[in-house]
Design a protein around this ligand. Sequence first.
Ligand SMILES: [Zn+2]
Length: 251
Amino acid sequence: MGRGIGRYTAALLCAAGLCVGTLSLAAGSNAAKTRPAQGMETGALAGWIVAVDAGHGGYDGGAVGRQSGVAEKGLNLDVARRLARLLQAEGAQVVMTRTDDYALCDEDPPIRKKLQDMQRRAQIVRETGAQVLLSVHMNEYGDAAQSGPQVFYREGCAAGRLLAGALQEALIAGLAPPRERAAMGGDYYILELGIPSALVECGFLSNAREEGLLLDAEYRQRVAEAICAGLLEWAALPGPRPTPLPPAQDA
Ligand SMILES: [Zn+2]
């Protein structure tokens, strides 16, 4: 799993909105070195390390806009970047699993490319000590009438279910979609890491109206604002903060 990870870096974005340097996730590196130092941030999310995962990338475009042909991967990254800035403004430290248009897998890996890509995203989350993860995606479905943002959590994870519920409510409040969906349990690798995690399907690229909205930068900003608002609601709930994952042992 550690093999070849040194080719990839994850930007660690500080609370001031400046990039304080890139985290080099070299294979065999001491994870403690890659964990953000506890700063003196202020804001509702001060002290939080939030992983923002822009789905797909590189060879893997994800869903495709039925009218436009635009791939999900670029829209995900745009929403993720907007979300990262908003979270930083609230005092969070943000770790992005990818910062440009690439997949995290090797050209010809010994395991499935998609699996290696996901494992490396998980490794970034683990090594940076993130306490919560938000994965950004766009949906598609055969039936073009289906629309509306929808948030998924890992079945059986109570904190993740609360997080997904808060995000779902915030997306409905912020975007007023004609179809109000409910948060649902879902079987996704990225939700299995062991920290509270939610996968946000921002809308359906197979629905002409929603595709038009998602192609609009102002709407994507509203999506990011709604996700940020939902995380703020969840983070303000009483109870102990989730603890980051222990650093992975290099296999
Ligand atoms: Zn996707």
